[in-house]
Write a protein that binds this ligand. Structure first.
Ligand code: GLN
Length: 544
């Protein structure tokens, strides 16, 4: 029997609902239950693929090629359960499906309305593509009270009614602010938020109150009383020092116990060893490494969420604290080597992450040149691989005009738009004039690693699969030119046409990949490239 937990948020946004949902799922897993997490986003974009990373944070790509909300990254990192396209939906997607059906005449002449047509489509999404999981956790994006959320709240209200209390549970995450002048925690915003939820017919079963302070029992009792929630189901969600402590903190507050009680399940102590080990490693590092990330959206670190987490995981694997410096690549756009060195000389390792557009690319190439010449460990991801190829072509192969067609026409297209490639057995054709939404090479693709390569040494196997999100590819016809300049193509698509990994055998650790390895890293299963990279940074920090 599949049970459903619906997670809503109130008072303010950014309460960490996504992390909270992921942590609840992790606690259920620790009791042996199977879980699936889903996110219902009320905005009108069909998916986050076209949204600016500075506004919306990272776009998380699934194996099956969906561009989804960054919370899905937390879900995977906390549970290890791979997300699918059917685990994230937006108002835009729901409406476009409903309207497509209407155009096809599927509604047989009916008047199409929010209730029941839109709410039915939302409910179908909640139930779709499940594998008999013990628990499905559905997080509703946005804040209760937003106009946009109403159809979603109505849909989950109906689901609660249809499933019954024994199969559904409503968790509401709120903020209990501390007012310094009064020296008190204030419960009123929570009361209002719950009232708002009740006004659409939803009575929360569990409240998770985010606070910076300990909450006296009296306040807890008051919240319970005014919000019609049992006092012990009012859970304190205290701020913690690192996100992987959240499952332990919620457990200490009795959250999983309350969920079991709600569903009438036997309460047995969960096995939290995995989380204890991770926290032990994070809190007791044996050393530190300094890694500089040279990119464009460095002002909003949410746009590189999975990347920073993967680096933390690499740190866990090596018992290192990873200190990150975010450097705007444009500061490196100078001919003066001393200026470049002044920004990069403290780095034990340099990383150029994914990116789009020409602005700042020259600075990234300068950073890569510095890493290559000074033997500083380098990891390039997606755009960071394309720029590494341009660096070698321009500075070592004498191809001054080497460029990417992403930046305009060029006589030396080292990186170019592939107008077609294989998805499974089908040939997918892309046109330069296609819509921007969903036109990239997206999702998991196989890659074969070369014998004797650094890539193979790190992965420990020749056949790998990694997730992609890009339009341009390194042009295989330049293979000989690159190899003559010391850059080896060490990973290729199975048909041998698409370079997936390049590396420099003359360097201690210089590797760049066309895919996004950070999307598959987990705290309890750090990605081999990030473990290898942090290890190389550790070696370097010992040398200098
Ligand atoms: N802009 C490059 C491309 O589209 C790289 C994209 C990325 O780094 N994700 O191919």
């Amino acid at each position: 029997m599949t049970r459903f937990i619906f997670i809503t948020g109130g008072v303010v946004s950014s309460l960490g609902k996504g992390l909270g949902s992921a942590a609840i799922a992790a606690l259920l897993q620790a009791r042996g239950y199977s879980v699936r997490l889903r996110k219902l986003d009320p905005y009108l974009n069909v998916d986050p693929g076209t949204m600016s990373p500075t506004q919306h944070g990272e776009v998380f790509v699934t194996d099956d090629g969906a561009e989804t909300d960054l919370d899905l990254g937390h879900y995977e990192r906390f549970t290890g359960v791979g997300n699918r396209r059917t685990d994230n939906v937006t108002t835009g997607r729901i409406y476009s499906d409903v309207l497509a059906k209407e155009r096809r005449g599927d509604y047989l002449g009916a008047t199409i309305q929010v209730i029941p047509h839109v709410t039915d489509a939302i409910k179908e999404f909640v139930h779709a593509n499940l594998d008999g999981e013990d628990f499905v956790l559905c997080e509703i994006g946005g804040t209760v009270g937003d106009i946009e959320s109403l159809p979603f709240l109505e849909a989950i209200r109906q689901l609660g009614n249809e499933l019954g209390r024994e199969r559904s549970c409503f968790v509401h995450v709120t903020l209990v602010p501390y007012i310094k002048a009064a020296g008190e925690l204030k419960t009123k915003p929570t009361q209002h938020s719950v009232k708002e939820l009740q006004s659409v017919g939803i009575q929360p079963d569990i409240l998770m109150c985010r606070t910076e302070q300990d909450m006296p029992d009296e306040q807890r009792g008051k919240i319970g009383l005014f919000c019609n929630v049992r006092e012990d189901a009012v859970i304190l969600a205290h701020d913690v020092s690192n996100i992987y402590e959240v499952p332990l903190a919620y457990h200490a507050q009795g959250l999983d116990k309350q969920i079991c009680r709600h569903f009438g399940l036997d309460y047995e102590a969960p096995d939290l060893t995995r989380w204890q080990d991770i926290n032990h490693a994070i809190k007791n590092p044996e050393g530190e490494v300094n890694i500089t990330i040279v990119g464009k959206y460095v002002s909003l670190q949410d746009s590189y969420k999975s990347l920073t987490e993967a680096l933390t995981h690499g740190g866990i694997a090596n018992r290192q604290k990873v200190n990150l410096t975010w450097l705007d690549s444009e500061v490196l756009e100078t001919d003066d080597d001393a200026i470049v060195a002044s920004h990069l000389s403290t780095a034990d390792a340099i990383l150029v992450p994914g990116g789009f557009g020409e602005r700042g690319s020259q600075g990234k190439i300068r950073a890569i040149q510095f890493a290559r010449e000074k033997n500083v460990p380098y990891l390039g991801i997606c755009f960071g691989m394309q720029m590494a190829v341009l660096e070698t072509a321009r500075n070592l192969a004498g191809l001054k005009a080497a460029s990417s067609t992403e930046f305009g026409e060029t006589s030396e297209p080292l990186v170019g738009l592939m107008t077609e490639w294989n998805v499974g057995n089908e040939l997918t054709t892309r046109d330069e004039d296609d819509d921007l939404g969903g036109t990239m090479r997206l999702g998991a693709y196989d890659c074969v690693l070369e014998q004797g390569s650094l890539a193979l040494e790190n992965y420990g196997k020749t056949d790998i699969s990694e997730r992609h999100r890009h339009r341009y590819e390194v042009n295989i016809s330049y293979r000989e030119t690159l190899e003559a300049a010391g850059m080896k193509i060490s990973g290729l698509s199975p048909d041998g046409k698409l370079p997936e990994i390049v590396e420099r055998p003359d360097h201690p650790f210089f590797i760049a990949v066309q895919f996004h390895p950070e999307l598959k890293s987990r705290p309890f299963e750090p990605h081999p490239l990030f473990s290898g990279f942090v290890n190389a940074a550790k070696e370097r920090s010992r040398l200098v």
